[in-house]
Design a protein around this ligand. Structure first.
Ligand code: FAD
Length: 324
């Protein structure tokens, strides 16, 4: 049987959410490609990771080597190239993250395999794979068809797939590390956590996004009252960051964060594609905008066409009353 590889991304002892999303995506695509979902785990002392991954894959290929403790693109490339040559997966999914962006292009060049980056959907029709990605800064969505090749490599954005445990029981194959010496060109020095500010909007369940429609910083208390009533954290569009009302860590979108709350309430946000790029993982989107033609209504599940300063205080009161 063929294989669909998913490269496991882990950091500081934790498997990153995107890995489970990609394993779920592979589980959906796998049967159409007649492929076994294979989690490819490179790391040091990987047994705890193996246990976590078992319900998510048909097979785990694990390479345990202290030189793989921290992500190192050179080391990963050597190991991945060997594994791909040995197992000939039809498809290799790699997270579109700092980690994946560092690794995938040189890996594809080394193996002479087609690579498509930053995809957010895949489709398989009659055994033929196509992948959706944006072009021209997000103005156009393009389906990419691949050249004939023994396998393809894709990097996938976070939230492209819903992480859903598949109840599998993976077979575990431990592979000897092909690394023979220390990786001299790069080495891990230190881990510096990116600033998330006082809250991490990527982990919040309810997020209120504010845009230029809020008009001025002095209007923020009205929004903060709603945030308090629903238990939301505040996020924003880029103009709000540019105006200095909220820090950059609260920006949602292509040059900000991708979020996956259960509920996103967009207040006075037009819904540019740069902003909505960060909303793919949101379960339910509610938009308040006084312009009925605002593009945000194209992605919203519920829309209120009205002045947010009329709506927000009423919403806050209603929610407080409901909560008793
Ligand atoms: C390379 C690049 C990267 C970018 N990255 C991002 C990004 O990551 N995130 C991002 O958000 N943007 C990003 N942008 C900017 C993006 O193109 C838009 O300019 C921005 O998202 C618009 O923000 P907005 O919706 O708050 O403002 P506007 O587009 O000005 O919309 C304001 C909205 O508020 C509504 N409104 C006004 N008053 C009220 C009221 N009283 N009640 C209700 N509604 C009202 C208006 O009808 C309007 O729809 C990027 C741009 C570029 C070029």
């Amino acid at each position: 049987m063929k294989k669909v590889f998913v490269l496991v991304e882990h950091r500081r002892g934790k498997i990153r959410d995107i890995t489970f999303e990609l394993l779920s995506g592979a589980a959906a695509a796998g049967p159409e490609l007649n492929g076994r979902v294979t989690a490819v785990l490179l790391g040091a002392e990987v047994d705890p990771f193996i246990e976590q991954l078992k319900p998510w894959a048909d097979e785990i290929l694990a390479v345990d080597d202290s030189r793989l403790k921290h992500f190192n693109a050179d080391a990963y490339q050597q190991v991945m190239a060997d594994l791909i040559k040995d197992h000939q997966p039809v498809l290799t999914l790699i997270p579109q993250s700092g980690f994946g962006m560092d690794l995938a292009p040189s890996l594809a060049v080394q193996l002479n395999l087609p690579l498509t980056t930053d995809c957010f959907e895949i489709r398989i029709e009659n055994g033929t794979l196509t992948a959706l990605r944006q072009m021209y800064g997000g103005k156009v969505n393009a389906w990419i068809r691949f050249a004939e090749a023994p396998g393809h490599i894709l990097t996938m954005r976070s939230s492209s797939f819903q992480a859903e445990e598949t109840g599998k029981k993976a077979d575990v194959i431990k592979v000897d590390s092909p690394l023979t010496e220390e990786i001299a060109c790069r080495r891990f020095v230190d881990y510096i956590e990116a600033a998330v500010g006082d809250v991490d909007i990527t982990q919040a369940e309810i997020v209120i996004g504010i845009g230029r429609g809020v008009k001025e910083k002095e209007n923020m208390p009205v929004i903060e009252a709603l945030a308090e009533a629903v238990g939301a954290v505040l996020a924003c569009s880029r103009p709000v960051v540019d105006a200095g009302w909220l820090p950059k860590e609260r920006q949602v979108g292509s040059s900000g964060k991708s979020i996956k709350p259960k509920l996103y309430i967009a207040l006075g946000i037009s819904g540019s594609f740069q902003h909505t790029a960060g909303l793919k993982g949101a379960d339910t989107v509610v938009a308040v905008n006084k312009d009925c033609n605002a593009p945000i209504f194209g992605v919203a599940d519920y829309g209120i066409v009205d002045d947010l300063f009329k709506i927000v205080p009423v919403l806050s009161e209603k929610i407080k009353a409901l909560k008793g």
